[in-house]
Design a protein around this ligand. Structure first.
Ligand SMILES: Nc1ncnc2c1ncn2[C@@H]1O[C@H](COP(=O)(O)OP(=O)(O)OP(=O)(O)O)[C@@H](O)[C@H]1O
Length: 337
């Protein structure tokens, strides 16, 4: 399927100390217009660096970035017209004045001088992010999560064509985060905004993104839809980023009844069913962890430990013996002879 592209990089490289061990190396990507693309990878893999290159904040050592088919100018070159359509929300709040009120912080981001328009837009943005009641508060006195919401409101207010979000909700309360993610997804879709999202939160990545780019040690190692990469990751690295899973050697897998000729077998907790008619109860429940609407059981057999979900709370306790059925597993690594 072909999509209209908004940003494109060709072999971009940025190394902070002149060697390949930091930054990003030779990255070629195409960012489709109107989609939410998440950049994921372990800490230090180069996600923020890639975002900064794509926004024109950082100059590549080599390669090019194209915005709508034209070479992207650097922000520091002061070439503004293109850049007003790329907004960046970073983790450091560097652009924010700590003494400004929430209202002024958001209004400062507006390009129009028309008073009615400013009031209308700022009110809309503050309501959208659920921070209208904080409008008289100085930015510096807000909590981390409130600050994040102000910087997002400020970035959204001019309806940018591209919105770059670096860990945008990591300090927002869990109770509010899901609603905010859902609202943001709806707004950017309605407004046709292209989003580049950097996040460590698997739930956020999987529920918000249309496309994932997986980056490891400064290079792209895998890309695809969240469904594809969750269900059939090519790399163990990707599975570990997207889901908390159990990793077993082939010998340990054999304890679970899995005959594998690959070095590593990965099992997602949701693919293990407890019970099963006619199965022998060989697994010991070691712990029952309360998780809200479900429980996580830590079960053990022959020194192999698995994590399983139980949706009937209170049914199992430590010391119980259970049978399990593994519905699905993934195999990675070298072939064993
Ligand atoms: N300004 C800088 N000067 C020197 N080294 C840097 C700079 N910025 C990043 N690096 C290094 O480049 C590598 C990639 O950093 P980057 O911030 O892009 O990673 P990341 O994937 O966003 O990490 P995290 O998830 O921890 O935020 C790291 O090794 C980091 O130490």
């Amino acid at each position: 399927m072909s999509h209209e592209l908004i940003l494109e990089t060709i072999n971009i490289t940025k190394n902070y100390f002149g060697d390949k061990s930091t930054g990003v190396n030779n990255i070629t990507i195409q960012v489709p217009k109107g989609k939410i693309t998440a950049i994921v990878g372990e800490s230090g893999s180069g996600k923020t660096t890639l975002l900064k290159l794509l926004s024109g904040e950082t100059k590549p050592d080599g390669g090019e970035v194209y915005y709508k088919g034209n070479l992207l100018p650097l922000r520091s070159q002061g070439i503004k017209p293109e850049h007003t359509t790329i907004a960046m929300v970073s983790q450091d709040n560097r652009e924010m004045n700590l003494k400004h009120t929430v209202w002024d912080s958001v209004c400062d981001g507006l390009h129009s001088e028309d008073q009615n328009y400013r009031v209308q837009k700022a009110t809309q943005a503050l309501n959208l992010l659920g921070i209208y009641d904080l409008k008289e508060q100085p930015f510096g006195k807000l909590s981390g999560g409130e600050k994040q919401r102000v910087t997002i409101a400020r970035a959204l207010i001019n309806k940018p064509e591209v919105l770059m979000l670096d860990e945008p909700f990591n300090q927002v309360d869990a109770s509010y985060r899901e609603d905010l993610q859902h609202d943001m997804r709806q707004i950017v879709k309605e407004w046709g905004i292209t989003v580049l999202l950097v996040s460590h939160d698997p739930a956020e990545i999987l529920s918000m993104a249309d496309e994932l780019i997986v980056i490891k040690e400064g290079e792209i190692v895998e890309h695809g839809t969240p469904e594809k990469l969750y269900n059939t990751p090519r790399l163990l690295y990707t599975a570990n980023i997207l889901v908390a899973c159990t990793e077993l050697s082939a010998e340990e897998a054999a304890v679970c009844g899995i005959k594998s000729k690959r070095a590593t077998v990965v099992i997602y907790a949701e693919d293990i069913e407890i019970g099963g008619v006619g199965l022998r109860k060989k697994w010991m429940v070691k712990q029952v962890l309360f998780k809200g609407f479900y429980e996580e059981l830590v079960i053990e057999k022959d020194e192999v430990t698995l994590r399983v979900f139980s949706y009937v709370r209170g049914k199992y306790k430590a010391g119980d013996k259970v049978a399990i059925r593994i519905a699905k597993y993934l195999e990675f690594g070298k072939w064993l002879s």
